[in-house]
Structures are given as C-alpha cells and as structure tokens.
Design a binder for this molecule. Structure first.
Ligand code: MD6
Ligand code: FE
Length: 215
C-alpha cells in the first residue's frame, strides 16, 4: 500500500509528547537516502542479526550497530559491547552524518551537546515488532534517546512511566524523529507489528536508527 502522502512531502513539524519528549515529523526527510546508504555500508562490515533475548526468544527485529559500543542481547542479558560478538571486531564508526543529525534533533528537543556513544540499527520486515519496554541499559539517565524512522511507516507505541499506563499509537513515517530524555527518559515504548508495504527506498522494510548516550 502506497500512502497518499508521507512526511517527505510535508513541511517539518513539531509535536510535543510530554515534558522531555517530542516527535519531529519530517526532521530527517531530506537525508533519508544518505542515511540509508550509510546503513548499507555499516551492514557490510557488521551484518544484521536476529539476537536472542535473555529469556531465549529470537527477536523478530534484526539488528546491527555503529559507534563506540553496540547494544547486544544474548542468554546472558542485555549489554553494550565495544566488540561485535559475531566477529570479535569493533563496530563500524558512527558516520558524521549520523552524529550531526542526532545532535541537531536532540538540540531541537532542548538537549544541547548531545554526543551519543552508540547507534543501534533495527531492521523490520512485515510482522516484526518490539514489545513495550524501557531503555535502561545506559548509565546516563538524562541524555535523550533519538530515534530516526526510515522506509515503511509503522505504529510507534508511546506509553508512560509505568507499564500499565495508557499507550498512544503514533504513526511514524520515513524521516520522522522521536526524541525522549530528561523527565521522559524512562517512558515505556515499543513498535507495533510492521504491516506489508513497499517503500521506494527500502522496499518491504523499515529501518530505525536509535542513538544513545551510554556512559
Ligand atoms: C525502534 N527501538 O526500533 C525502537 N530499545 O523503533 C527501541 O526502542 C529499542 O530496538 C531498546 C533496545 C532495542 C531497541
Ligand atoms: Fe527502546
């Protein structure tokens, strides 16, 4: 299904979600192709993998990383690792275009001087999802998470600080950026199962970049 329009054809707009959290629609729209080319380069050095959760489930989302450390999961738990466990080598460096975009988006949301250590790259195909969770594996409890959507649209689940809080469903299009930090840093969030579709740049996939300040 091709949407009639997406954020690439709309002017950027800013939608506050709560104190410390904002949805920047179209913020990365002009850079989507450049970002996807960088993702392809990274994936050649560090291929996408389906990680296993500590509970023994294989994740439906495929992941890789770039930056000083990468987020990984296995039977032993979640952690940030300076080496890719699949190869034993460091993760690819974070491209300057990634750092620049993340810092500009964070600043737009009120977080100046953002210098992320890690960029987790998620690849979704139809049916892939991410259950409601908090990001709690980082030492820095204030610096924001910056999440950049590329390719197919998806429903992002935006909950509250407690798991039982009501969940909003936000449609994210290619080029949309969500920033959450400070008082919103531990909000529960997730991704609803990706629906079938074809995007001109990613085909049947959605790619998500999530930037984190780990240390
Ligand atoms: C997304 N990803 O893919 C959001 N959080 O749109 C996450 O929220 C996330 O992929 C913690 C660990 C891995 C993730
Ligand atoms: Fe998360």
């Amino acid at each position: 299904m091709t949407p009639l329009f997406d954020s690439a054809s709309l002017p950027p707009s800013e939608e506050p979600l709560e104190e410390g959290a904002v949805l920047l629609r179209g913020f990365a729209a002009a850079e989507v192709q450049t970002l996807l080319e960088a993702v392809s380069q990274i994936a050649m050095a560090a291929p996408f993998r389906h990680l296993v959760t500590p509970g023994g489930y294989t994740m439906s989302v495929a992941m890789t990383n770039c930056g000083r450390v990468g987020w990984v999961s296995d039977r032993g738990g979640y952690r940030y690792d300076p080496l890719n466990p699949a190869s034993g080598t460091p993760w690819p460096a974070m491209p300057a275009a990634f750092l620049g975009l993340a810092a500009r988006a964070a600043a737009q949301a009120g977080f100046t001087g953002y210098d992320p250590d890690a960029c987790l790259i998620n690849r979704y195909v139809a049916g892939a999802k991410l259950s409601l969770h908090q990001d709690r594996d980082e030492d820095d409890a204030w610096a924001p998470i910056v999440s950049v959507s590329l390719g197919l649209p998806v429903v992002f689940l935006w909950g509250g600080k407690r798991r039982a809080d009501p969940v909003r469903r936000l449609r994210l299009e290619s080029g949309d950026v969500v920033v959450w930090g400070g008082p919103a840093r531990f909000v529960y969030h997730g991704v609803a199962p990706l629906r079938d579709g074809l995007h001109p740049l990613t085909g049947a996939m959605r790619i998500n970049l999530t930037f984190r300040k780990v240390f």
